[in-house]
Design a protein around this ligand. Structure first.
Ligand SMILES: *Cc1c(COP(=O)(O)O)cnc(C)c1O
Length: 420
């Protein structure tokens, strides 16, 4: 491997563990469940869009922790907020108030344009919160008969890994072997308004969707889809829940992917980048007629809304408040997609996405997604395949333009390597 665009940094004694990559991988795998199949790189430190492994090799991070690192590794504003808070107060539980909570709730409420927020930690917890909220809203506000509520979800969805969420996954790996499954979900084809219209009945309390399906391969729905879903939900008194955990917070060139169609869902589900790549922070945002159905003792989390999480999320909200990152993602996204589209027909079959987010279908005869990721890694770019021969590219929004161009060149090179 000779990955890394820049000359490898010379290592000072004691700077990194004196263990080799192979040994660390072996030791990591020996005592851990194999629920992931990581690329064979052991990262030691990172700054901006670049990471350095234990051997001093540098790689361009084109995954960004599945968009949890939208604002880059070691973002000064976020790290400073965390550092300041770490030294003062990290946890109170919500049995008490703390002095970071009000700013967080108001900040996120303003960013989403919603009355209320409910903080959790992981994305899956926020999705669970949205599901519970929608059901309770259904019974208390819409008047659905007890235990009759259903929620319409999409084929090829990804909303997390809890038992209820995998119950309505259509991915055999994510779902298989984890039954019995939670009832109350109807799966319909993504991108079809008609399919939702046919599935809606009097007991439907919500439509839950990703405005762009990330794990499915960065699938962008047809133009007008989100707007029509919005209208349909309003017409039938059904909550539109947008899981913006991966698509939101600047990734697509807008604050939320729903913004591209001027759509405001009833419920936003947020996570990933909300924690600035530092701590897990997730949240549900909705108006009081929806989130108000949750009363004391009816839902919660020991760590949800903790002072450290709130301080970090406030820094993230401030960063988004300037609009700079959204604009940068839009602009660099133009460069990314133009360059990627030029590869179509040259080993690349199709390119999808918005802003600094792309799903690239490589000709499957050239190799699996895993093989392409490995070829990219040998060229100094870290990316991750989704399904089949699809590579997802989602670099931190702080990436330099020439680094981005270089990354696409490496993808072209990796495809050529495989074609040889
Ligand atoms: C990652 C993701 C989740 C789950 O988030 P976790 O923090 O891993 O639980 C849910 N929805 C979407 C769209 C995601 O991309």
């Amino acid at each position: 491997m000779n990955g890394g665009r820049r000359t490898p940094r010379t290592r000072e004694d004691g700077d990194v563990p004196m263990t080799t990559t192979a040994e660390l991988i072996e030791l990591s795998e020996r005592r851990s469940a194999h629920n992931y199949h990581p690329l064979p790189v052991v990262i030691h430190e990172a700054q901006g869009a670049w990471v350095t492994d234990v051997e001093g090799r540098r790689f361009l991070d084109c995954l960004s922790g599945y968009s949890a690192l939208n604002f880059g590794h070691g973002n000064t504003k976020i790290i400073e907020a965390a550092r300041e808070q770490l030294g003062r107060l990290t946890l109170t539980s919500r049995a008490f108030f703390h002095d970071q909570f009000a700013a967080f709730a108001a900040g996120l409420g303003d960013l989403t344009g919603k009355d209320m927020v409910l903080p959790m930690n992981t994305g899956a917890e926020a999705v669970e919160t949205a599901i519970k909220t929608a059901r309770k809203w259904g019974y208390e506000v819409k008047g659905v008969a007890r235990d009759r509520a259903n929620i319409i979800v999409m084929e090829d969805n990804f909303h997390g890994r809890t038992t209820t969420i995998v119950s309505f996954s259509t991915d055999p790996d994510a779902r298989g072997g984890y039954g019995p499954y939670t009832p109350g979900f109807k799966v319909v084809k993504y991108g079809s308004v008609e399919a939702i219209r046919e599935a809606i009945d009097a007991d439907t309390v919500a439509v839950l969707l990703e405005p762009i399906q990330g794990e499915a391969g960065v699938l962008v729905p047809p133009d007008g889809y989100l707007r029509q879903v919005r209208e349909l939900c309003t017409e039938h008194n059904v909550l539109m829940i947008a899981d913006e955990i991966q698509s939101g917070l600047g990734r697509t060139g807008e604050t939320f992917a729903c913004d591209h169609e001027g759509v405001v869902p009833d419920v936003y589900v947020l996570g990933k980048a909300l924690g600035g790549g530092v701590v897990p922070v997730s949240a549900v945002a909705a108006d009081a007629d929806v989130l108000g159905v949750i009363r004391p003792g009816q839902h919660g989390s020991t760590f949800g809304g903790n002072p450290l999480a709130c301080a970090v999320a406030c820094a993230v909200i401030d960063i988004l408040g300037t609009g700079e990152y959204q604009a940068r993602s839009k602009e660099l996204g133009g460069v990314l997609h133009e360059r990627l589209n030029a590869l179509v027909g040259r080993g690349v079959v199709a390119v999808r996405g918005r802003g600094l987010w792309a799903g690239v279908d490589v000709d499957p005869s050239l190799g699996s997604g895993r093989e392409i990721s490995e070829a990219l890694m040998r060229r100094g770019v870290l990316a991750k395949d989704t399904h089949g021969s699809t590579i997802r590219l989602a670099p931190p929004i702080v990436i330099a333009e020439d680094d981005l161009v270089w990354a696409v060149d490496q993808l072209a090179g990796a495809v050529e390597d495989l074609a040889r």
